[in-house]
Design a protein around this ligand. Structure first.
Ligand SMILES: NC(=O)c1ccc[n+]([C@@H]2O[C@H](COP(=O)([O-])OP(=O)(O)OC[C@H]3O[C@@H](n4cnc5c(N)ncnc54)[C@H](OP(=O)(O)O)[C@@H]3O)[C@@H](O)[C@H]2O)c1
Length: 387
């Protein structure tokens, strides 16, 4: 990324979370002066920034503090509804010269077809900034990790965006982030895979529909880099941007992670109903949800600073460090090796053991049923079973 034209004063609401910590660090590294607003209860630090503690539900009360800091740009990472957006605009529009809001790929109708709240026809993918938006709000968050303390009753980014577009003042920038992975990912999207590879599983079972499902994903440092461009470039005002890494299928994603980890087992794709319940995806996987992020690349010159292998290596190393610290994910993530092994046996592949036992599996069964992808010998072989 070229150096910024000038140093800015940037206020980041929610600047110590998953995306915020990376964003604040990158802004500081580029010479910007950064203040973060948060409650001060989260564990993650944003070093080098000025910290202002408060609750976003009382944002207006902090307007004098914000005015004293006099930001050039305000980034709101923790608005989840029209009411939240209006609160930020009331408290900050008069202060910050430009505003940038983090939104989500989940605003698209395609994601509501995927999550089952829309039973209509499949939406075309990849999703562009002009793709239709969802009519129904997303279903309630499944886990406590998803239910963030900054989300108000209406978790509705479509409503947030509508309120921003209706604002009569300077038009904010909206950045629609892909599901984020990497350090700070509270959903630990890579953990189930990391755990199985770390445990030396010889075969990893994947529901075929998930393996074929193509989705947007974004490495946290790449997402932060895209937000930095939206902060630095005045031409981003009033624009809506998708921000995502290249869209991969579930299988491509797992294979890339396995290659990065150095795991040498095999992947078995099975019909969803053949897989144990804890592995099944309860969603309409016929609806692909990958994003077209050409606009931010063309208009703001965005390029991922981190390639897939580097990003996955950092994400897996973070999961490993978290586990070494005994962070408790081990119990939270569903894994039931006994039922997975039973399925493998039923499919005639052999019980999953360590890599050694996988290598020692009945070689004729493996040979007749294994399809090694043409993309290179370093990818884990995939065992295809007809449904
Ligand atoms: N993470 C993803 O996968 C993902 C995907 C797509 C879009 N996005 C979007 O990206 C943005 C950032 O997401 P994130 O995952 O980085 O969020 P996050 O990790 O939940 O960030 C939470 C931040 O907000 C602060 N905070 C929490 N509750 C607060 C409150 N009531 N008042 C003031 N501060 C509060 C936290 O610090 P304290 O705890 O100290 O208050 C922390 O700084 C969101 O708009 C999200 O929708 C994220």
């Amino acid at each position: 990324m070229p150096p910024p034209v000038r140093s800015l004063r940037v206020l980041v609401l929610g600047g110590t979370g998953c995306v915020g910590a990376a964003l604040v660090r990158q802004l500081a590294e580029r010479g910007h002066e950064v203040a973060v607003f948060h409650r001060g209860v989260g564990g993650c630090a944003a070093n080098g920034a000025f910290h202002l503690h408060g609750n976003r539900f009382e944002l207006e009360a902090f307007a004098p503090d914000f005015a004293r800091f006099a930001p050039d740009v305000v980034v709101d990472l923790i608005a989840a509804s029209a009411a939240a957006a209006r609160r930020t605009l009331r408290a900050l529009a008069a202060t910050g010269r430009r505003l940038v809001f983090a939104s989500s790929q989940e605003v698209y109708r395609a994601w509501s077809v995927f999550d089952g709240s829309d039973r209509g026809a499949l939406a075309p993918a990849p999703l562009t900034e002009d793709s239709p938006l969802r009519c129904a709000p997303p279903p309630p968050r499944a886990t406590a990790a998803d239910a963030r303390s900054w989300r108000d009753a209406g978790d509705d980014k479509v409503g947030m965006e509508r309120a921003l577009r209706a604002w009569p003042g300077a038009p904010p920038t909206i950045v629609r982030l892909a599901p984020v992975y990497g350090p700070g990912d509270r959903q630990h999207r890579l953990y189930p895979l990391f755990r199985r590879m770390q445990d030396g599983r010889g075969v990893i079972l994947l529901p075929r529909d998930w393996a074929e499902w193509r989705s947007a994903r974004g490495y946290v440092e790449n997402m932060a880099a895209g937000l930095v461009l939206a902060v630095e470039q005045p031409r981003a005002a009033g624009r809506v941007y998708n921000l995502a890494d290249a869209g991969l299928s579930g299988l491509e994603w797992v294979q890339a992670a396995a290659r990065t980890f150095g795991w040498r087992g095999r992947l078995l794709l099975a019909a969803p109903l053949q897989t144990p319940p804890h592995l099944r995806v309860r969603a309409n996987t016929a609806q692909h949800c990958h994003a077209d992020s050409r606009r931010i690349r063309v208009e703001l010159g965005y390029r991922e600073p981190f390639g897939l292998a580097e990003a996955l290596a950092a994400a897996l190393a973070w999961e490993s460090r978290r586990e070494a610290q005994g962070s408790g994910e081990r119990e939270r993530i569903a894994r039931d090796y006994a039922s997975e092994d039973a399925v493998l046996l039923a499919l005639g592949v052999g019980a999953a053991g360590g890599v050694r036992s996988a290598n020692a599996m009945n070689s004729s069964a493996i040979t007749t049923n294994t399809h090694t992808l043409p993309s290179g010998p370093t990818l884990p072989p995939v065992i295809q079973r007809e449904p």
